[in-house]
Ligand binder design. Structure first.
Ligand SMILES: *Cc1c(COP(=O)(O)O)cnc(C)c1O
Length: 498
């Protein structure tokens, strides 16, 4: 074993430490906590030397310091398998200047959402990890989705030997196109199941199953082992750090910023995974001013950054940005760990409070360490107005999630007059949400359905239909399972024949 290995441990204080392969396979720690790296590696190269670097090379540079127990050529193999022609541009993550900001387009992968950035590589990392640990079990990926993770995970794992993937999504909680993407998924090892409940129900159900010792024992007897494709898996989080560096380097190459100049990043947020990756990038040494955390009406996070109180005791609101309709932002637990470092047991205490009472308040020491963040929210009407305004002024289409990011950025500018250059993370293609986008631009589009609007959108914006959803309405429906939110375990037992 090499020296200088990076270990992962639980946010909840357990002393056990794991190398990355084990942390990726396990997904979640035994005490219910999330795996965090014991230290965040620093970039020691002069960033400026890296301008013009290829996306895949950059992935390698960053990943090798986090996943130290993979050999370099193993990582390179995973990277080459992931970031290939599945993406509709060799640049992988283009940066488009519009409206005085820079949109970091993370939706050029096969399922048209930023989840592809990590879920195209996770199956390869996982497969390699299983091999390295001599794990002769079939890996069952269990995932709750608010729409985009589900499809990206199904696509990433479809046909992957030695794995099965089971995805639970809220019926009526995802867009028509998202639903169709999942229900038409090919691959004998894929299962997409609609539950009567919302995303938080799905996520809670999955977490309980992961932690159920009896169920895990049954799985073990049949030679199965669970793993997770949700952003609680460290194997998903680390690949997401890369595009923040990439965006920064692109701004340098474009001559928009000087080496060392700080930038803001605005991120439409749900489970707090994407923005946590940006925070890690900052900790690694990427020059950043503010991380703008944008929420929709489900503004638990905006309230948290403003008050230090996380309170999920409220009704989940269904919005036009369904991937952000979340009240339990799992990855915030990792931030709590970072800002309470040295105080073992603190995160566990807060998570217990959240479980028992539905809320917690952080102390003033911790709150001081949140100054890197700005939290805000935008109601639906505001996002719709910005979709219209940005299209009319610059012929650029925002999806409803990206529109939330843009709206909260505008609010931040109104409040602060900050002149720092800002990157807005574009998390999904507008083609995934044709109905809400087109209706926002012109109410006359109301009479068409989501699928008819795919072509209309392409005509209006004069851009080609992305290959991932071309003719999607004609593909056969392969998944028909539906279940009550209390019956998720039984459904899995049925699928796996337990
Ligand atoms: C998942 C998702 C988000 C939220 O990202 P988190 O990492 O969960 O905060 C935002 N927008 C889109 C389109 C998504 O798919």
């Amino acid at each position: 074993m090499k020296e200088n290995n990076l270990y992962y441990k639980s946010t909840r204080g357990s002393e056990k430490r794991f190398l990355s392969t084990a942390a990726i396979i396990k997904g979640i720690a035994d005490d219910g906590g999330l795996f965090v790296p014991q230290a965040i590696p620093r970039v020691n190269r002069n960033l400026y030397e890296l301008t013009g670097i290829d996306y895949k090379e950059l992935v390698f540079l960053i990943m090798k310091d986090f996943f130290t127990d993979y050999h370099h050529d193993e990582l390179k193999h995973c990277i080459n398998q992931a970031y290939d022609r599945k993406f509709d541009t060799p640049i992988i993550a283009p940066l488009t200047p519009k409206m005085g900001v820079y949109f970091l387009e993370l939706y050029h992968g096969p399922t048209l959402a930023f989840k592809d950035m990590a879920l195209s590589i996770l199956p390869h990392l996982l497969k390699k990890a299983a091999q390295k640990l001599n794990l002769n079990k079939e890996i069952v990926i269990l995932t709750a989705t608010s729409g985009d993770t589900g499809k990206a995970a199904l696509e990433g794992f479809a046909g992957a030997k030695g794995t099965k993937i089971i995805v639970f999504f809220p019926l009526r909680g995802v867009s028509k196109i998202q639903e169709r993407q999942m229900l038409t998924q090919e691959g004998e090892n894929t299962f997409a199941i609609g539950i009567r409940g919302n995303f938080d129900d799905a996520q809670k159900g999955v977490k309980e199953i992961f932690e159920d010792p009896d169920f895990n024992k049954k799985m073990d007897e049949k030679n199965y082992i669970f793993s997770s494709a949700n952003s609680i898996n460290i194997g998903r989080l680390i690949p997401q750090i890369v595009y923040y560096f990439y965006a920064y380097l692109n701004l340098c190459s474009m001559g928009e910023i000087k080496a060392g100049e700080k930038i803001n990043i605005a991120i439409p947020t749900g489970n707090f995974g994407n923005i946590l990756a940006a925070y890690y990038a900052k900790e690694m040494g990427l020059p950043m001013n503010k991380l703008i955390c944008a929420s929709n009406e489900n503004k638990v996070l905006a309230d948290f950054f403003n008050s230090g109180i996380y309170d999920k005791r409220r009704e989940l609101v269904m919005t036009i940005s369904p991937s952000m309709d979340i009240l339990m932002s799992s990855n915030l637990e990792r931030l709590l760990w970072s800002i309470s470092e040295g105080e073992t047991g603190k995160v566990k205490e807060l998570m217990n409070l959240l479980g028992e009472k539905g809320f917690y308040q952080i102390n003033s020491e911790m709150k001081k360490k949140l100054k890197d963040f700005y939290g805000g929210f935008a109601p639906q009407e505001e996002s719709r107005q910005y979709i219209k305004e940005v299209f009319e002024k610059s012929k650029y289409l925002l999806d409803p999630h990206t529109a939330v990011g843009y709206a909260v950025y505008k609010k931040y500018i109104r409040e602060t007059q900050d002149k720092t250059k800002t990157v807005i993370v574009a998390t999904a293609s507008p083609f995934k949400f044709t109905k809400s986008v087109m209706e926002s631009i012109n109410i006359q589009y109301r009479e068409y359905d989501d699928f008819e609007l795919i072509e209309k959108m392409a005509d209006l914006a004069q851009i080609p239909i992305p290959p991932g959803i071309k003719d999607i309405e004609k593909k056969p429906l392969r998944h028909k399972m539906v279940c009550e939110k209390e019956k998720m375990k039984a459904k899995i037992a049925e699928i796996l024949n337990l």
